[in-house]
Write a protein that binds this ligand. Sequence first.
Ligand code: GLV
Ligand code: MN
Ligand code: MN
Length: 410
Amino acid sequence: MKAESLRINEARLMARLNELAAIGSTADGSCCRLALTDEDKAGRDLVAGWMRELGLEVRVDPIGNIFGRRAGTEDGEPVMTGSHIDTVRTGGRYDGCLGVLGGLEVVQVLNEAGIRTRRPLVVGVFTDEEGARFHPDMCGSLVYAGGLSLEEAYATIGIDGKVLKDELERIGYLGDAPMLLYRPHAFVELHIEQGPVLDIEGITIGAVENLQGISWQEVSITGQSNHAGTTPMRLRHDAGYCAAAIGHFLRALAKEMGGNQVATMGKVDLHPNLINVIAARAKVTVDLRNTDEALLAQAEAKFAAFLQQLAADEGVTIEAKSLARFEPVIFDKGVAALIARTAARLGHSCRPMTSGAGHDAQMMARIASTAMIFVPSVKGISHNPAEHTGPAHLAAGADVLLHTLLELAR
Ligand code: GLV
Ligand code: MN
Ligand code: MN
């Protein structure tokens, strides 16, 4: 069969996505495979097993990234694809998994057609992309690309108090392959958009050209608990009020700045968290993102000034700690253009886009020519069990991945 007429097998892709989604599935339909939990291990075992069945050479590196390599006719730098299979606690079925299982589908199609590429192909599964249990996000690809030392990553304490290295060892994925096992010639990640643009515009493929900068902070507020009925308002040092004020400020900040600025307070912990006690302590997380580095820095500066004023006004102490900070990324123009050309050749509508979410590709862009392929998310919903992309769109994305990889590996 001629390479140009190859298409991925939609039913097989769906079957693998469904089998993986069943691991960690919860009553409300979510996938819960927080990084390095038993569910993550079960997902890894399943995917690594599929890799071996497909004849890939499977290796695991010291941060737990899994790589399946298909030999080329020459032994040069490989073309790499992949993504992640860990999820947030209320994850959907496709976030990350599409990129990994789409990569396996490409391998299977090439195996069946008896096609050897010149360059080797590698499918990667990166550790802890979500950062929902262990911060920062994109941890495995960040370490891989040299942006975080193994020692620092190992020492990370999760939201449940567990240490990252212990959990890696416990699930059997502290591997012995050398770090930066393969320096890719190019890296392409297939992913659902997780936003509304493609769905609203009725377009099948996004050729992702850039990705916004991310700033994560944890803000700790220390006030004083006291009786909710007897303490006059003017005498309060209320950490709960400060948490609410932060949430309100973030919304106002994003509104005032406009453009691409987004701001979220996703997690709030109050202590003692009781109806009739003024909160003594609060811990909140803040997620700021912008495509423009200067504007993101401006948002951070405005937020810092607000915290200072809030602490003075309420008579509390406030400490802000950075959990992750990544500058916006501009992907490789050549790879993004190749994706757009490939989509057009296969008869799919396509538009250039910006990624609002963080991805392993943003770390791989530090060491390889990189871009991403997006497919629509119905109603733009993600990090939610209602996350959905129709099978035809999933298959279209995998077809574009197949032919993009073929071209890069020729
Ligand atoms: C990862 O999913 C992120 O963008 O937070
Ligand atoms: Mn993802
Ligand atoms: Mn995600």
